[in-house]
Design a protein around this ligand. Structure first.
Ligand SMILES: [Zn+2]
Length: 104
Protein backbone atom coordinates (compact mmCIF):
# COMPACT_ATOMS: atom_id res chain seq x y z
CA UNK A 1 0.00 0.00 0.00
CA UNK A 2 1.25 3.39 -0.92
CA UNK A 3 1.43 5.77 2.05
CA UNK A 4 -0.76 8.32 0.19
CA UNK A 5 -3.66 5.78 0.31
CA UNK A 6 -3.32 5.16 4.05
CA UNK A 7 -6.29 6.01 6.29
CA UNK A 8 -5.92 6.83 9.96
CA UNK A 9 -7.14 4.30 12.53
CA UNK A 10 -10.00 6.66 13.38
CA UNK A 11 -11.08 6.88 9.73
CA UNK A 12 -11.09 3.04 9.43
CA UNK A 13 -12.99 2.63 12.72
CA UNK A 14 -15.58 5.22 11.66
CA UNK A 15 -16.16 3.35 8.40
CA UNK A 16 -16.45 0.00 10.24
CA UNK A 17 -18.91 1.42 12.80
CA UNK A 18 -21.71 0.49 10.34
CA UNK A 19 -20.53 -3.11 9.77
CA UNK A 20 -22.36 -4.73 12.73
CA UNK A 21 -25.01 -7.34 11.89
CA UNK A 22 -28.57 -6.82 13.08
CA UNK A 23 -30.85 -9.61 14.27
CA UNK A 24 -33.73 -10.18 11.85
CA UNK A 25 -37.10 -8.82 12.98
CA UNK A 26 -39.71 -11.56 13.32
CA UNK A 27 -43.49 -11.57 13.69
CA UNK A 28 -45.55 -14.30 15.38
CA UNK A 29 -48.05 -16.23 13.27
CA UNK A 30 -51.69 -15.53 14.17
CA UNK A 31 -52.65 -19.10 13.24
CA UNK A 32 -49.99 -21.34 14.80
CA UNK A 33 -47.90 -18.90 16.87
CA UNK A 34 -44.61 -19.70 15.12
CA UNK A 35 -42.09 -16.97 14.26
CA UNK A 36 -42.03 -15.79 10.65
CA UNK A 37 -40.68 -12.84 8.65
CA UNK A 38 -43.05 -9.86 8.69
CA UNK A 39 -45.08 -9.44 5.45
CA UNK A 40 -44.18 -13.02 4.53
CA UNK A 41 -46.11 -16.29 4.67
CA UNK A 42 -45.66 -18.46 7.77
CA UNK A 43 -43.37 -21.34 6.77
CA UNK A 44 -44.88 -23.66 9.40
CA UNK A 45 -48.58 -23.52 8.44
CA UNK A 46 -48.67 -21.56 5.14
CA UNK A 47 -50.97 -18.80 6.46
CA UNK A 48 -50.70 -15.12 5.52
CA UNK A 49 -53.03 -12.38 6.78
CA UNK A 50 -55.28 -14.94 8.47
CA UNK A 51 -55.92 -17.13 5.42
CA UNK A 52 -54.25 -20.22 3.97
CA UNK A 53 -52.01 -19.32 1.02
CA UNK A 54 -50.05 -22.57 0.55
CA UNK A 55 -51.08 -26.05 1.67
CA UNK A 56 -47.97 -26.88 3.69
CA UNK A 57 -49.15 -30.35 4.75
CA UNK A 58 -49.45 -31.36 1.06
CA UNK A 59 -46.02 -29.81 0.40
CA UNK A 60 -44.49 -31.74 3.30
CA UNK A 61 -46.07 -34.99 2.05
CA UNK A 62 -44.77 -34.35 -1.49
CA UNK A 63 -41.31 -33.68 -0.05
CA UNK A 64 -41.42 -36.90 2.01
CA UNK A 65 -42.52 -38.88 -1.08
CA UNK A 66 -39.68 -37.33 -3.12
CA UNK A 67 -37.10 -38.17 -0.43
CA UNK A 68 -38.47 -41.71 -0.12
CA UNK A 69 -38.20 -42.23 -3.90
CA UNK A 70 -34.62 -40.96 -3.81
CA UNK A 71 -33.79 -43.30 -0.90
CA UNK A 72 -35.27 -46.29 -2.73
CA UNK A 73 -33.34 -45.43 -5.91
CA UNK A 74 -30.09 -45.23 -3.92
CA UNK A 75 -30.79 -48.57 -2.27
CA UNK A 76 -31.50 -50.12 -5.68
CA UNK A 77 -28.20 -48.76 -7.03
CA UNK A 78 -26.35 -50.15 -4.00
CA UNK A 79 -27.95 -53.52 -4.82
CA UNK A 80 -26.44 -53.27 -8.32
CA UNK A 81 -22.98 -52.40 -6.99
CA UNK A 82 -22.90 -55.12 -4.30
CA UNK A 83 -21.98 -58.02 -6.61
CA UNK A 84 -18.92 -56.06 -7.81
CA UNK A 85 -17.82 -55.55 -4.19
CA UNK A 86 -18.27 -59.29 -3.54
CA UNK A 87 -16.21 -60.04 -6.65
CA UNK A 88 -13.34 -57.82 -5.45
CA UNK A 89 -13.54 -59.44 -2.02
CA UNK A 90 -13.35 -62.89 -3.62
CA UNK A 91 -10.26 -61.81 -5.59
CA UNK A 92 -8.66 -60.49 -2.40
CA UNK A 93 -9.43 -63.79 -0.62
CA UNK A 94 -7.87 -65.73 -3.51
CA UNK A 95 -4.69 -63.62 -3.42
CA UNK A 96 -4.44 -64.14 0.36
CA UNK A 97 -4.73 -67.90 -0.11
CA UNK A 98 -2.02 -67.79 -2.76
CA UNK A 99 0.23 -65.83 -0.39
CA UNK A 100 -0.34 -68.44 2.33
CA UNK A 101 0.59 -71.23 -0.07
CA UNK A 102 3.74 -69.35 -1.08
CA UNK A 103 4.75 -68.83 2.57
CA UNK A 104 4.39 -72.57 3.23
ZN1 LIG B 1 -48.18 -20.34 11.18
Amino acid sequence: MVIRMRHTRAHTANRRSHHALKAPTLATCSNCGAQHRPHHMCLDCGFYKGRQVVDMTAKKQAREARLQAKREMREAQEGIFQPEEEATQAVEAETKEENKEESK
